[in-house]
Design a protein around this ligand. Structure first.
Ligand SMILES: [Zn+2]
Ligand SMILES: [Zn+2]
Length: 144
């Protein structure tokens, strides 16, 4: 299933307040939103009655409830809330490799779990990862 494509602009004061008051939140709340004030829905495609959801910050302690941003609608019509919610307890166990993948969504999210959601934009949003080994760097070209 493809990821929901909804994007919204974070209401900075609400989000920062939630980060500062979060139990076990990040040491430097402002860094969470420093470069990108836009939030992307992380769920699989869903109907319009279901809230969009974006992870704001995991807790400092693993498996503790994380801070999520939920919204419906857009622009002036947007309704949002910022809440800490427990993680989805589901795990995907791969016996062949003896590995366990935890669902990256919150408890009681809409189907499906995170491992069946593909994110076509994820690599773009994460930014370039090959900055150190670009082969067509002009400085490395043979001089005429
Ligand atoms: Zn969504
Ligand atoms: Zn799940």
């Amino acid at each position: 299933m493809l990821q929901c494509t909804a994007v919204t602009e974070a209401p900075l004061s609400d989000v920062l307040t939630a980060l500062v008051t979060m139990d076990g939140g990040p040491d430097d709340p402002s860094s969470v939103l420093a470069s990108n004030h836009h939030l992307l829905c992380e769920l699989g495609e869903h109907d319009t009655r279901t809230e969009h959801a974006a992870l704001l910050s995991p807790a400092e302690v693993p498996h503790r409830p994380a801070l999520w941003f939920f919204w419906t609608g857009g622009g002036a019509e947007r309704l949002h809330r910022v809440v800490t919610v427990p993680w989805c307890p589901a795990v995907l166990r791969t016996f062949a490799t003896d590995s366990v993948l935890q669902c990256a969504f919150f408890d009681r999210h809409t189907a499906p779990h995170s491992w069946t959601v593909t994110d076509p934009l994820g690599d773009l949003i994460a930014g370039p990862v090959t900055s150190g080994d670009i082969t067509d760097d002009p400085r490395e070209r043979p001089q005429p």
